[in-house]
Design a protein around this ligand. Structure first.
Ligand SMILES: [Zn+2]
Length: 624
């Protein structure tokens, strides 16, 4: 399962597509090769290993070893504040090595979504095609990852290779690895020290609520290839890096490093954890020669997930955890038994997905979605034996499915929906499946079916309906919507379908469902497509017409505990058609604050979920 990036194969490329993909491949391999230029012993260079510190004497001033071992913020605070810039740099180096050591036993999920760009005369750079990666990253000695997306992609017979490479030959298979993106969580995994880098203090600057010292980092002359070149932001209490912005220096011939902007969040006391990386390349000025043009978002989460050994799996089997709560001593009737069986399957699936880091824990976003579902149910006099619940997938691809009485919607899909009407449309389709009794997944009531590795989730779980059930659910959904409070808001839902239709041929990776049915087939929207018929014309130039939002503008995912919350962004005025960026990747600009989660647990619970946050104006920035 676990693959390591292979060496670069250089080929003469015969067409554009090839060049773009191959250069990307080379790029990523090149970045991935970074440790190769370092001494071939990838031991952690943390200050806690005095035996290792000979190579970087400045990394371990006395006192740092203790702080790394205890990993306690108190230990950090007890250190005397540095009085010179040299001392600050020493502290920064020590803190970074502390972080590398602290994270080394962890295997977060890393997701990279990349859009290759083409120039549209009216809209500027727009997606031309896209790629998606999802894996677990092993942060021990060398950064390694294993992929969630192995076989079952894009229907039968079309594998990972084809999907990633658009039908390119096999020899590129191992080179187009997203490892390059995830590598960028650290400036330098192995040699972040004074021997390899010059630190130039630039200035002070606030990032959000956090006062930072800004340093420009340049590799020393003989530091070797693949060294970080750019700027780092250091918070001024513990001297942790909170942001890195730059590239990697001195590519070898035929190699190419892309640029990145990497952000960390203070999610647990004493540590700033890598959370987001934005990458972008592309020069659309007249006469530009560089044909690489893409933008990519990389997100990390699931830092607190168990690494999942076979023993863990076995202790997680829960038989009959649902039962024994009913006061009555009666036996179950056949129908009641059937329902309990479905409940068991539902519980198994949700618990397993959450353990794999693919489902957010229950939270406030669920309440918002549930309110919309309730509104549809009440106005349609729908009474179900068990309440319908909603949950959020942590991933970006636009998809929904239902298991038992739980509707699951992906983070990416919630992100791009422009308003409550379109959210109601999405939820109504799955509610229709439940109302019509299209139950899937009862096989998962058998607990042996939950025993698989996290990376094999997509091979072991699936909730795709047959086309007849899809059509029936659409029909029922429209019926229910027309009787609901959302009847007057279906124009926006239809516009969303139209915008999706416009972009669907270029976004096959974003539209590839991994657990449920695809929303599109072969570049054509199939889900709820009839709503487009009554919708107004799609007009990019109409600035008050927001048919779909960029990715990342709605739902904020906590990289430590996987909880999701609605982004509280100020509306930003749209001034041209280019500001709309439907379904597009944008840079990250999180508002940094100290211990943002630890100090304010469940900070938003006070908000009553009576209206959805989706009534807020579109904000093209994924920040608050
Ligand atoms: Zn369906």
């Amino acid at each position: 399962m676990r693959r390591v990036t292979r060496g670069v194969t250089r080929e003469v490329m015969s067409n554009m597509n090839w060049i773009i993909l191959a250069l990307l491949a080379v790029t990523m391999t090149a970045v991935a090769q970074q440790p190769a230029s370092a001494p071939q012993n990838p031991q952690p260079v943390a200050a806690t290993q005095p035996g290792q510190t000979a190579a970087q004497p400045s990394a371990a001033p006395s006192g740092q070893a203790q702080s790394a071992q205890s990993q306690s913020p108190q230990a950090q605070a007890s250190l005397a504040p540095p009085t010179t810039m040299d001392q600050v740099v020493d502290r920064v180096i020590a803190r970074e090595n502390d972080l590398i050591k602290f994270l080394s036993p962890r295997t977060p999920i890393v997701e990279t979504y990349l859009q290759n760009l083409t120039q549209d005369p009216q809209l500027g750079p727009i997606p031309q095609d896209d790629h998606y990666f999802l894996g677990r990253m092993d942060l021990s000695d060398s950064i390694d990852r294993s992929d969630y997306l192995q076989e079952k992609v894009k229907g039968e017979g079309e594998g990972m290779e084809k999907r990633l490479l658009g039908g390119l030959t096999k020899r590129f298979k191992f080179q187009y690895q997203p490892l390059g993106f995830s590598w960028m969580i650290f400036a330098d995994r192995n040699n972040f020290d004074r021997q390899h880098y010059n630190f130039h203090y630039a200035r002070r600057e606030f990032l959000g609520d956090v006062r930072c010292l800004v340093f420009d980092l340049t590799p020393k002359k003989d530091a070797g290839r693949g060294r970080f070149l750019g700027r780092i932001w250091i918070e001024d209490q513990d001297f942790s890096i909170v942001r890195l912005n730059g590239t990697y220096a001195r590519p070898s011939r035929n190699n190419y490093y892309y640029h990145m902007d990497s952000w960390r969040l203070n999610l647990i006391p004493g540590y700033w954890v890598p959370a987001y990386i934005y990458s972008e390349e592309g020069d659309f000025t007249a006469g530009a020669k560089n044909k690489i043009a893409f933008k990519a978002q990389t997100r990390m989460w699931g830092y607190n997930l168990k690494t999942g050994t076979a023993n863990d799996e076995l202790t997680q089997i829960r038989v009959d955890s649902v039962k024994d709560e009913t006061p009555s001593a009666q036996d179950a009737s056949p129908l009641a038994a059937e329902r309990e069986w479905q409940q068991q399957a539902e519980d198994n699936v949700l618990e397993r997905l959450e353990r794999a880091g693919l489902l957010a824990p229950e939270g406030d976003v669920d309440k918002i979605l549930q309110t919309v579902v309730n509104n549809i149910e009440i106005t349609n006099n729908i009474e179900l034996p068990r309440p319908v619940r909603t949950r959020v997938l942590t991933t970006s691809p636009l998809e929904t499915f239902s298991v038992g009485n739980t509707i699951v919607v992906s983070r990416g899909l919630i992100d791009v929906l422009p308003d409550e009407g379109s959210l109601a449309m999405v939820l109504s389709h799955e509610l229709a499946h439940i109302v019509l009794g299209h139950n899937l997944g009862s096989q998962y009531a058998f607990n042996d079916r939950m025993l698989f590795s996290d990376e094999a989730t997509y091979q072991n779980l699936g909730f795709k309906h047959i086309p007849e059930e899809e059509a029936a659910a659409d029909k029922k959904a429209v019926e229910m919507l027309k009787a609901s409070p959302y009847a007057q808001k279906l124009d926006s839902a239809g516009l969303f379908i139209k915008a999706l239709q416009k972009r669907a041929p270029q976004l096959s990776a974003l539209l590839q469902a991994h657990l449920g049915n695809n929303i599109t087939e072969n570049g054509t929207v199939t889900r709820m497509a009839q709503l487009a018929n009554s919708a107004p014309a799609l007009d990019w130039n109409k600035l008050d017409q927001i048919a779909a939002l960029p990715l990342g503008g709605r739902v904020k995912l906590n990289p430590w505990d996987d909880k999701v919350e609605i982004v509280k962004a100020q509306p930003v005025a749209i001034t041209s058609a280019r500001d709309k960026m439907p379904f597009e990747v944008t840079p990250f600009f999180p508002r940094l604050s100290r211990d943002s989660v630890a100090s304010t647990p469940a900070s938003t619970t006070a908000a009553a979920p009576t209206t959805t946050a989706t009534t807020a104006d579109a904000s093209p920035t994924p920040t608050n």
